[in-house]
Design a protein around this ligand. Structure first.
Ligand code: PLP
Length: 454
């Protein structure tokens, strides 16, 4: 196999990376990840690294699971590929649909398949409008989403997302989307208690909706917990107040479960933790534990009834909608989650165990808060806890911490000056101890750097 130097040369010469500053990458050389097993990765230099991010919030059942690998390979031998267009189906997509109707909240019994979370959210953009057209209300075409939300990189998904860095490239967002404020209490809560702030942002959002006119708004999309925005766990008051207001105004709710779905928060779906009853679920990532790409859209009975009774053909789909190998990976993943009771494990065992240690990170002078729900968590660097003052952006504290973390054997992601984790559900207590002790070391090293740089 190729040497690390040769891999880096080919990569630098020919690979345009996603979400990467190519000049910086080439100056330092890409980190080459070659193997994975359980909760660990290995790089080309033989270093063992605890995968605190489950790849990219997806390898929930852990790396290298025989059952999933075998299911995929059996499927490829039996039926390599067929599509689900034009009145055809195959056993795995039918079985998966049945399983999804069992594990999702009771109002979900119909599922449409895509290749990714982005495609799921792009699909929703058309599906919501199609639904309201069938209902004779085509004017309900506007979407509400949120600043700081992340819904993917395709045109509609990146527009629904609330990232300025994405909007300023390529002329986004597209028309018909309004971004409501983020329920990020640490950043915007000021003197309000968390509960007060949650109600405040819910009311701000409903005021925005009323100013636009709810008769023109089709749906609101939100992640139960914002992931890529920095693991923003909303105040407990936020979703109940907001979702009740949406119901009163006949605005559909889309729960983007791409990260939160399939047990990440300790419930099967994040909407269950937040107490909302959405009309759509968008899913990807954990649905296959990341072994094979797959996305899905869950459609509630209310919406499905209209699509089935009033609709004809939804002129939409992807070659890989319900790809057999991806469906086989999803079925095997769901079996593991159920048989090993991994969602319960996240809620009642490893989640609480990690939480009690993770919380102590906030005892450090440069850590403002440390939050975690199930196995999705974050801590926030701050220059001054009481005023919640941040470090200068130029100091790039998050990037410094990310590098310290990798060098010390732990993948944590940096979102600005917020460090986030989402480890596999199979994490043992010993591995959780290791995760926290490396995070503590990272904080000390980053503190020392911050002091020496003034
Ligand atoms: N929605 C959420 C909440 C996500 O976190 C992501 C990816 O991180 C997406 C959608 C997009 O999914 P994908 O990267 O599979 O297109």
């Amino acid at each position: 196999s190729n040497s690390t130097a040769e891999i880096r040369r080919l990569d630098a010469a020919h690979h345009l990376h996603p979400f990467t500053n190519t000049r910086e990458l080439n100056a330092r050389g890409a980190r080459v990840i070659t193997q994975s097993s359980g909760v660990y990765l290995q790089d080309s230099e033989g270093n063992r690294i605890l995968d605190g991010m489950s790849g990219l919030w997806c390898v929930n059942a852990g790396h290298g699971r025989r059952d999933i690998i075998d299911a995929v390979s059996r499927q490829l031998e039996e039926l390599t590929f067929y599509n689900t267009f034009f009145n055809t189906t195959h056993p795995s997509v039918a079985e998966l649909s049945g399983l999804l109707s069992e594990v999702t909240p009771p109002q979900f019994n119909y599922f449409h398949y895509t290749g990714s979370g982005s495609e799921s959210n792009d699909t929703i953009f058309r599906l919501v409008r199609y639904y309201w057209e069938l209902e004779g209300k085509p004017e309900k075409s506007i979407f509400i989403s949120r600043r700081g939300g992340y819904h993917g990189s395709t045109v509609a998904a990146a527009s629904l997302g609330g990232f300025g860095s994405m909007h300023k490239q390529g002329g986004l967002p597209i028309a018909g989307i309004y971004h409501a404020p983020s329920p990020d209490w640490w950043s915007y809560g000021g003197d309000m208690s968390s509960d007060e702030f949650g109600l405040h942002v819910a009311h701000q959002t409903l005021s925005l909706i009323d100013a636009i006119g709810s008769d023109r708004i089709g749906a609101m999309i939100g992640e139960p917990i914002m992931g890529a925005g920095g693991v923003i766990v909303p105040p407990k008051t936020y979703w109940p107040a907001l979702s009740a207001g949406l119901k009163e105004r006949d605005i559909l709710l889309i729960s983007d479960e791409v990260i939160c779905g399939f047990g990440r928060t300790g419930e099967w779906f994040g909407c269950e933790l937040m107490g909302t009853e959405p009309d759509f679920l968008t899913m990807a990532k954990g649905i296959t534990s990341g072994y094979i790409p797959l996305g899905a859209v869950g459609v509630s009975d209310r919406v499905a009834k209209v699509l089935l009774e009033k609709g004809g053909e939804f002129a939409h789909g992807h070659t890989y909608s319900g790809h057999p190998a991806a469906c086989a990976a999803a079925i095997a993943t769901l079996k593991i989650l159920r048989e090993e009771k991994l969602v319960d494990r996240v809620r009642t065992d490893i989640g609480p165990y990690l939480k009690q240690k993770w919380k102590t990170l906030a005892d450090h002078p440069i850590v403002g808060e440390a939050v975690i729900e199930g196995l999705i968590g974050a801590f926030q660097f701050t220059k001054d806890k009481s005023s919640r003052k941040g470090f200068d952006e130029d100091a790039r504290i998050g990037m410094i911490a990310r590098e310290h973390s990798f060098k010390n054997g732990l993948v944590m992601r940096a979102v600005g000056d917020r460090m986030v984790i989402a480890p596999p559900f199979t994490l043992t207590h010993e591995e959780a101890d290791e995760l926290v002790s490396i995070a503590q070391k990272v904080i000390e090293l980053t503190y020392a750097d911050a002091k020496s740089n003034g």
